[in-house]
Design a protein around this ligand. Structure first.
Ligand SMILES: Cc1cc2nc3c(=O)[nH]c(=O)nc-3n(C[C@H](O)[C@H](O)[C@H](O)COP(=O)(O)OP(=O)(O)OC[C@H]3O[C@@H](n4cnc5c(N)ncnc54)[C@H](O)[C@@H]3O)c2cc1C
Length: 402
């Protein structure tokens, strides 16, 4: 009897999930920024992240940080100076051409005149993520914890189940877990849908030395060739790599039928070149000389203006809340702005329920126009005369700014 009582007591201890008052799921730019700002104000936070380590996978290309969102968040996080040290103001240049190479828009960012121009400086996503990660208390990010299920706890909050078998009890839960967020399911049954456009990502390492003519064409910022419902969109990264997104308008069935042999570089290169056979050779050289890494990235989005009824102990930020196509360059910037707005609300409201409803009302209002813009820009860029249309948009934006 005594033995069995002991055994059941041990079992009870083993299955009681540890309680964490404030839990973030996902260590992307949104989750990391939120954790940093809250920790700076003395709050205890923990992030559970699916990746098994900080360097488990590549972090992608370059992002431009907008003054009113990404840069605001970095200031709020006390990281403005550190950000300036890794940012590339010279990366703000942009050239837009059509499939013949005819230039429709050219905006250069001369490195000698741009150090003080921090309107939309570029930064490598990996460096930005490192900056945020290094700013957190050691152990804040629990790597190798993929959220697989959650249930409402009888005593309030949520019981979270991870793929490694851990179960925890979260008081307040923030889903910063990206496009296919598990946490979002607690608030809405809406899922992302395919936009009809896919990217094939390729790259040219050390372009300056190996392919100076291509480096010259792309410049220090971004270069877009847009025509025929297709695009070759290149960007200079801080490590000298030119990252290229080959944009293709492909309905779902065509995407499946495309069947690109991504693991056979020569075949993949030839198949892609065949899709651009009537484009100028100096443009298609971006494909001809690329290295052997090919990645297919279907572009998905949540419905523009998605909202839900606020709940007192759970919310989402970033792509989990408002996944949009990258055609307005807003996703990462908004994820960081969400972090600012949620942190401000948490630090100032009377309780978490009030904080969440204040944050969500603001986030719904500012994310909707950004999602509309991203959606419109996708249609305009990946169109028959994408170069002309995008140049007209740039012109309009510049006139509004003046
Ligand atoms: C090709 C491309 C180019 C882009 N260019 C730009 C740009 O120039 N400017 C810009 O502002 N935005 C850009 N974006 C958008 C930007 O990448 C995203 O909006 C941004 O990364 C969103 O940040 P996030 O923190 O919300 O999500 P994410 O960066 O997706 O981070 C989510 C994190 O959650 C983790 N996670 C996911 N599921 C789970 C789970 N079940 N359990 C635990 N952890 C989980 C993931 O591993 C990840 O670390 C681009 C997007 C694409 C696809």
């Amino acid at each position: 009897m005594i033995y069995s009582e002991k055994a059941s007591a041990t079992a009870a201890i083993a299955i009681t999930p540890e309680f964490y008052p404030f839990v973030i799921v996902g260590a992307g730019l949104g989750g990391l920024t939120l954790a940093r700002i809250l920790q700076k104000h003395g709050m205890a936070v923990v992030i559970f992240e699916a990746d098994i380590a900080r360097d488990a996978r590549g972090q992608g290309g370059s992002l431009d940080m907008h003054v009113e969102s990404g840069q605001l968040a970095l200031r709020e996080a006390g990281l403005e100076n550190a950000f300036r040290a890794i940012a590339r103001p010279e990366g703000q240049g942009l050239r837009i051409v059509d499939k013949a190479g005819l230039v429709y828009w050219q905006e250069s960012a001369d490195p000698s005149s741009t150090p003080d121009n921090f309107e939309r400086p570029e930064v490598d996503r990996a460096k930005l993520r490192d900056l945020l990660l290094d700013s957190l208390h050691p152990g804040t990010v629990r790597w190798g914890h993929k959220l697989t299920a959650s249930e409402i706890a009888v005593s309030g909050g949520h019981l979270l189940h991870f793929d490694n078998g851990l179960r925890i009890h979260a008081g307040t839960l923030v889903g910063a877990d990206g496009a296919w967020s598990r946490v979002r399911a607690l608030l809405s049954d809406v899922n992302p849908h395919y936009t009809g456009v896919s990217f094939v990502e390729i790259g040219i390492p050390d372009a300056e030395h190996r392919h100076p003519e291509i480096a010259e064409m792309v410049g220090l910022g971004s270069f877009c060739a847009l025509s025929d419902n297709k695009g070759l969109m290149a960007q200079r990264n801080g490590d000298g790599r030119i990252r290229i997104y080959i944009a293709l308008r492909l309905p779902e069935e065509a995407l499946a039928a495309l069947n690109l042999p991504l693991d056979q570089p020569e075949e993949a290169r030839n198949a892609l070149l065949a899709l651009f056979s009537d484009w100028a050779t100096h443009l298609t050289n971006l494909i001809r000389v690329c290295d052997d890494s090919f990645q297919l990235r279907p572009i998905n989005m949540l419905p523009v203006g998605l909202t839900w009824r606020s709940r007192p102990d759970v919310t989402v930020i970033g792509d989990a809340a408002h996944l949009m196509s990258p055609f307005a360059g807003e996703g990462a910037n908004l994820a960081m702005l969400d972090a600012v707005e949620l942190a401000r609300a948490v630090l100032n409201a009377d309780d978490y329920a009030e904080a969440i409803s204040i944050y969500e009302a603001k986030m719904f209002a500012y994310s909707k126009p950004a999602a509309e813009q991203s959606d419109a820009n996708l249609d305009l860029c990946i169109s028959e005369d994408g170069a002309k249309q995008m140049a007209a948009l740039m012109n309009e934006m510049n006139q509004e700014r003046d």
